[in-house]
Design a protein around this ligand. Structure first.
Ligand SMILES: CC(C)(COP(=O)(O)OP(=O)(O)OC[C@H]1O[C@@H](n2cnc3c(N)ncnc32)[C@H](O)[C@@H]1OP(=O)(O)O)[C@@H](O)C(=O)NCCC(=O)NCCS
Length: 374
C-alpha cells in the first residue's frame, strides 16, 4: 500500500517548485544570486526590474532602453482615467488598483504571445501600476493626474506623478530603495497565487490581479499599512511601550513583526531601518523613532520576534507624507516585477498546481427529496 501524502497546513515547509529568480539562502535574500544588501547599495529599481525579468543586470544601454520602455508604457487609457474618476471615494486603494489593472488589461498594447511579448507586458504593467496609483492619489485630492516625465527614474516619476513636482534626491532615493527591497521574495503567498493562476495557462493580467488580491491581506503586503496604523496611535515612546506589553500579554499580533522564512530577522528591515533613521533625523522626527523603538525593543529582546520590512517601510512612507492607503499599492508597484518574472518562469514550467486536501466533511449520503428536508 502506498504511503499517504504528508500534510503541511498552509504548505509550510513544502517545496512546491523550482525557481532561478530569488531565494532566501541561510537568511540571506538573493535576487538571481545577488545579495539584497549589495543590490540595495549599488542598483536602482529599474536595474533590479531588468535583472528579475531578463536574468542578468543591464548594461548602460539596456538600462536606458528599460527606462524608456517604462516611460513609453506609462500613459493610462482614457477608460482607466474615467473609471478612476467614478469609483467611490472611500474605495480601498488595493481594490481600486486590482480593478484598474483588470480594466487596463483590455487595452494591452503588446501584440502576440510568447516570452518576449509577456516580458514587454511586464514592463507595461509595471508602468501602468505606478500611473494608476499616482492618478488615483491626485484625483482623491481633487487634482488632475500628471503624466510621467521623460528622463526621471521610476521612483522619482512615481513621486512626480503623485505630487506634480520633482522629488528631492533623498525622497526619490528612499522610495527607490523600498521598491528594490520589495521587488522579489521567492514563493511568498502573492507570488504563489500568481504562479497558480499562470499554471492553468491563464494570462499575465489575470495572474497579476490574483497577486494583488493576495498581497492586500494584513498578514502579507497589508502589514506596512497595519504597522503604520498601529504606530500612529501613540504620541510618545512610553505610550507605545505600555501598549505593546499589554498587547503581548493578550497574545495579540504586532503588525510588521515576524516572518515565516526569516526566524532571526529580515535583512530588508535592517537595510531600510538605517535609511529611516537618516530620514527621521533630517526631518526632526525623533518622536516617531522613539515610538518605533519602544515597540521594537520588547519584541526583539523579550519575544525574539524581529521586524520585517513592512515595519520600517510604513514609517518611511508616512514621513514622506504619503497617505497610509497607498503603502500596499506601492508594494505592488515593486512586486509586479517579481511576480512577472515568476509568471514567465511558470509558463515555461507549464505544470498545473493541484494539491490535495484532507476531507473532513460528512460521509457519503443520499440527496433527500426537497419536501423531506428540514
Ligand atoms: C508573518 C507571520 C504571518 C508569520 O507567521 P508564522 O510563520 O505562522 O509565525 P508563527 O505562528 O510560527 O509564530 C511563532 C510564534 O510567534 C508569535 N508571533 C509571530 N509573529 C508575531 C507578531 N507579529 N506579533 C506577536 N506574536 C507573533 C506567534 O503568535 C507564535 O506564538 P505561539 O508559539 O505562542 O503561538 C506572522 O509573524 C504575522 O502574522 N506577523 C504579523 C503580520 C506581518 O507583519 N506580516 C508581514 C510579513 S512580511
Amino acid at each position: 500500500m502506498s504511503e499517504a501524502p504528508s500534510y503541511s497546513p498552509g504548505l509550510a515547509g513544502v517545496i512546491a517548485g523550482r525557481t532561478t529568480i530569488g531565494c532566501v539562502d541561510q537568511g540571506e535574500l538573493l535576487y538571481r544570486g545577488y545579495p539584497i544588501q549589495e543590490l540595495a547599495q549599488k542598483t536602482c529599481f529599474e536595474e533590479v526590474a531588468y535583472l528579475l525579468l531578463h536574468g542578468e543586470l543591464p548594461n548602460e544601454l539596456q538600462l536606458a532602453v528599460a527606462r524608456k520602455t517604462l516611460y513609453k508604457f506609462a500613459t493610462l487609457p482614457d477608460a482607466v482615467l474615467s473609471a478612476l474618476r467614478t469609483l467611490p471615494k472611500e474605495a480601498n486603494m488595493m481594490d481600486v488598483l486590482r480593478s484598474m489593472v483588470s480594466l487596463t488589461g483590455h487595452f494591452d498594447p503588446v501584440r502576440g504571445d510568447g516570452e518576449e511579448a509577456d516580458r514587454q507586458r511586464a514592463y507595461w504593467l509595471t508602468a501602468q501600476i505606478s500611473s494608476i496609483i499616482a492618478a488615483r492619489f491626485r484625483l482623491l485630492k481633487g487634482l488632475e493626474p500628471v503624466p510621467a516625465k521623460d528622463g526621471l527614474g521610476h521612483a522619482a516619476n512615481l513621486l512626480y506623478m503623485c505630487h506634480g513636482a520633482e522629488p528631492t534626491e533623498l525622497e526619490a532615493g528612499i522610495v527607490d530603495l523600498t521598491l528594490v527591497l520589495y521587488a522579489e521574495h521567492d514563493f511568498n503567498a502573492s507570488t504563489f497565487a500568481a504562479r497558480v493562476i499562470t499554471s492553468t495557462r491563464s494570462d499575465i493580467v489575470s495572474a497579476v490581479v490574483g497577486g494583488i488580491g493576495a498581497l492586500k491581506g494584513p498578514l502579507h503586503g497589508g502589514a506596512n499599512e497595519a504597522a503604520m496604523d498601529m504606530l500612529q496611535r501613540f504620541t510618545s515612546g512610553e505610550e507605545a511601550a505600555t501598549w505593546v506589553r499589554e498587547a503581548l500579554s493578550k497574545k495579540q499580533l504586532i503588525m510588521g513583526f515576524g516572518h515565516r522564512v526569516y526566524r532571526n530577522g529580515d535583512h530588508r528591515a535592517r537595510i531600510l531601518e538605517e535609511k529611516l533613521r537618516e530620514l527621521a533625523k533630517q526631518l526632526g522626527a525623533d518622536v516617531w523613532m522613539e515610538i518605533y523603538d519602544a515597540i521594537k525593543k520588547p519584541m526583539v529582546e523579550e519575544k525574539k520576534i524581529f521586524p520585517n520590512v513592512d515595519y520600517p517601510c510604513g514609517l518611511v512612507y508616512y514621513l514622506l507624507n504619503l497617505p497610509i492607503d497607498v503603502y500596499t499599492p506601492l508594494f505592488v508597484a515593486a512586486r509586479i516585477t517579481g511576480w512577472s518574472a515568476h509568471i514567465l518562469e511558470q509558463k515555461v514550467d507549464d505544470r498545473i498546481f493541484r494539491p490535495l486536501s484532507i476531507y473532513e466533511g460528512p460521509k457519503m449520503r443520499s440527496v433527500p427529496a426537497l419536501k423531506d428536508r428540514p
